[in-house]
Design a protein. Structure first.
Length: 277
């Protein structure tokens, strides 16, 4: 494994009989992988842990997740990604690579990024999904943290996500947030809100009726903010949320995820966080 990374996690699963089993769990540096957590569906669930409590200036992290044919697993970060100050102008970075083989299903719940004052962060997530494979992928970004509680005092955050399905590009998103140069309150940026979250679902069986049904479910919930659900050109849909608190956003995000899991996939309700609703 490349020694240039300050933390590495490499986890893999395969289907054996009627169960998905762990076949590889490698970690090095500041990265840890939890023991398996039980779920109501008996789906393997693991937490990816950064031992330092946050990412220090200039650190680099690498995470690889591989699901072999027909496997189903759940991965999530343990806490939000805290990005500490970068007073020397060095970028902190993280690379996530996801490999989902034929008819496998990965749920990958990445918590939101919380940049400290003067933080500089680059995150790239790449997913390669083979025919029949499915993916739920989350992400998010906040107004950050500072001693004065003033929002958006970080330097710059880049969040890049690229997803291939059956070797075809189906999702290519690049969020660049540069508070030093842009007014975060403007239309197309945070628009007066402080928390952004997104959920991308890739499923070759997607149909636009799923959007209608999910909107009907979400419209019954109390929410202070704005959200939109849109179809990709092929094989999936995406939820984007702007709100005033992490708790507020997570409620809508998890209602959307559990709509898909329960109504579309026939799975049981999933609750990873006590504060998700």
């Amino acid at each position: 494994m490349n020694r240039s990374y300050d933390g590495v996690s490499d986890i893999a699963f395969e289907k054996r009989g009627d169960r998905t089993v762990l076949t590889n769990r490698y970690r090095s540096g500041n990265s840890r992988i939890s023991a398996q957590i039980p779920t109501e569906d008996n789906t393997p669930l693991y937490f990816l842990v950064a031992t330092g409590g946050g990412f220090v200036e200039g650190e680099k992290y690498y995470n690889l997740a591989t699901l072999e044919k027909d496997a189903h697993a759940i991965l999530t970060t343990q806490t939000p990604n805290y990005i500490y100050k970068c007073p020397n102008g060095k970028t902190t970075s993280q690379l996530n690579e996801i490999m989902v083989k034929e008819n496998a299903f990965l749920e990958y719940y990445i918590d939101e990024v919380i940049p400290y004052e003067d933080a500089i962060y680059y995150q790239k997530t790449f997913a390669d999904i083979k025919k029949g494979g499915s993916l739920i992928l989350t992400d998010g970004l906040t107004a950050g943290w500072s001693k004065s509680d003033t929002p958006f005092l970080y330097n710059k955050v880049d969040l890049k996500t690229k997803i291939l399905y059956d070797d075809e590009l189906v999702f290519n998103d690049y969020l660049i947030v540069n508070p030093r140069e842009d007014n975060m309150g403007e239309l197309g940026l945070f628009e007066g809100y402080t928390n952004f979250n997104s959920v991308v679902i890739i499923d070759e069986n997607f149909c636009t009726d799923w959007i209608k049904r999910s909107k009907e479910a979400l419209d019954t919930k109390e929410f202070e903010g704005i959200y939109g659900i849109t179809a990709l050109e092929k094989y999936g849909f995406v939820l984007r949320i702007l709100g005033r608190s992490n708790h507020n956003n997570l409620g809508i995000m998890w209602d959307f995820i559990n709509f898909y899991r329960e109504e579309i996939r026939g799975l049981k309700h999933l609750e990873l966080r006590k504060n998700q609703r």
